[in-house]
Design a protein around this ligand. Structure first.
Ligand SMILES: Cc1cc2nc3c(=O)[nH]c(=O)nc-3n(C[C@H](O)[C@H](O)[C@H](O)COP(=O)(O)OP(=O)(O)OC[C@H]3O[C@@H](n4cnc5c(N)ncnc54)[C@H](O)[C@@H]3O)c2cc1C
Length: 381
């Protein structure tokens, strides 16, 4: 599979599987297993895995394009997809000795969905500082933790879990583990009833003395922090920015359709023909959406050819994208008036979904802290 086929498969799945069900899944808060099955059958779950493992060996450019295309139809599914890709990158980066190859092959074959279970109730959005601590259990560990939000909770086949290393001394001395869904002691600890992204099952999960064998330790002890920042964060920020882009594109398309079709019959004109204020709002939405697309292209280019400014771009892209998505979907709500407000169109779902990006860790506020500290030459942690 090359970039073009990956994108065309994603676009086809978005049109045939995601779009027809998005409204009802949002209403019911229903996780779309059909969407995950379709992504698996199309080979998109193994998008970035190497060909030796059965993957497509594609890079960040294809991941961003696929994620944005999915988000244009249903951001909940796009978020499930991006969490999976971040988890897969983390699993694939496990040190030699980890027995993850069979799982990676299952992922490439489209039969295994994974996700990140990082945030904890105790340290909230400060994902880099888990409060749970792994306890030694022979050569493996026991994990007991309260994970506050886990996208695809109860629907994934495995979870990438963070916990303080058994002998770690500092707040960021964590280790990452792979916990299969059928591990005794692992459970979904509550419902997911979000304002937006309602169909992605981002419920809390508990680990109660889950046994993890040494082969499923994904990092050296204490190296979880480094893996979170260097392996998981770049695709996470690129993916959330791409979800924002898909939402913006959908908001522009929905607004265009409305301004063309809704009419002032007494004036004999469509809304778009009649009102320059609406045209100005639409133009601003388009400018901001294309600006975000250019920012994502720039980040992709930095990830393809890493350099000194790459981490800064990683931080900036998610911070900027969260604000753009809120701005563009808010403008769409206003331009489409009472029709949007009364849920006659999909704009209000896009508006609700768009608000998740800024509060998902690293939140927009935390990213600003990191960016400013970085350019002031201050330590980040
Ligand atoms: C839809 C959704 C899906 C999610 N999926 C996952 C998942 O799959 N896996 C996972 O691990 N987590 C997931 N999360 C959790 C997410 O990453 C955050 O941990 C969570 O949203 C933080 O919420 P909180 O109430 O705990 O924030 P709090 O930490 O209580 O933050 C409250 C406010 O304080 C601000 N703030 C916090 N610290 C600072 C600081 N140092 N400087 C400035 N401002 C600060 C924040 O920006 C925020 O505005 C998900 C969250 C959502 C909403």
């Amino acid at each position: 599979m090359n970039h073009e086929t990956a994108l065309s498969k994603a676009t086809e799945i978005a049109a045939s599987v995601l779009a027809p069900a998005a409204r009802q899944n949002d209403k019911e808060g229903r996780f779309s297993s059909e969407a995950v099955d379709a992504l698996g059958r199309a080979g998109l779950l193994g998008l970035m895995l190497p060909a030796e493992l059965g993957g497509s060996g594609l890079g960040p450019r294809s991941f961003a394009a696929v994620t944005a295309a999915l988000a244009e139809a249903d951001a909940s599914v796009a978020m499930v997809y991006l969490m999976h890709i971040c988890a897969v990158a983390t699993i694939a980066a496990a040190p030699p000795g980890a027995a993850v190859e069979p799982i990676l092959r299952e992922i490439a074959a489209g039969r295994h969905l994974s996700t990140l279970a990082i945030s904890e109730s105790g340290s909230r959005s400060h994902f880099w500082a888990p409060v749970s601590r792994a306890r030694r259990n022979g050569a493996g560990v026991h994990l007991t933790a309260k994970k506050s939000f886990v996208t695809s909770a109860g629907n994934a086949q495995s979870y990438v879990v963070s916990s303080l290393a058994p002998d770690g001394t500092g707040p960021t001395d964590s280790t990452l583990y792979l916990v299969p869904a059928d591990s005794p002691g692992l459970s979904v600890a509550g419902p997911w009833d979000g304002l937006g992204l309602r169909a992605n099952a981002s419920a809390p999960m508990s680990l109660d003395g889950c046994e993890v064998p040494p082969q499923l330790r994904l990092t050296d002890d204490g190296a979880g922090f480094k893996a979170m920042l260097e392996v998981a964060l770049p695709p996470f920020n690129l993916g959330t920015a791409s979800v924002s882009l898909g939402l913006c594109r959908a908001a522009v398309a929905g607004t265009v359709a409305h301004l063309k079709s809704a009419r002032f019959e007494h004036l004999g004109q469509s809304l778009g023909e009649s009102l320059p204020t609406l045209r100005a709002q639409l133009a601003t939405m388009q400018i901001d959406t294309d600006g975000l697309a250019a920012r994502i292209d720039d980040l992709v280019e930095h990830l393809e050819r890493p350099r000194e400014t790459t981490m800064l771009r990683v931080l900036e892209a998610k911070a900027a994208a969260g604000e753009v998505a809120i701005g563009v979907t808010s403008a769409a709500m206003r331009a489409c008036g009472g029709a949007a407000f009364s849920r006659h169109m999909n704009i209000e779902r896009l508006f609700r979904d768009a608000h998740a990006g800024a509060v998902m860790a690293p939140t927009g506020d935390v990213l600003r802290e990191f960016i400013a500290k970085a350019i002031l030459g201050m330590p980040l942690f």
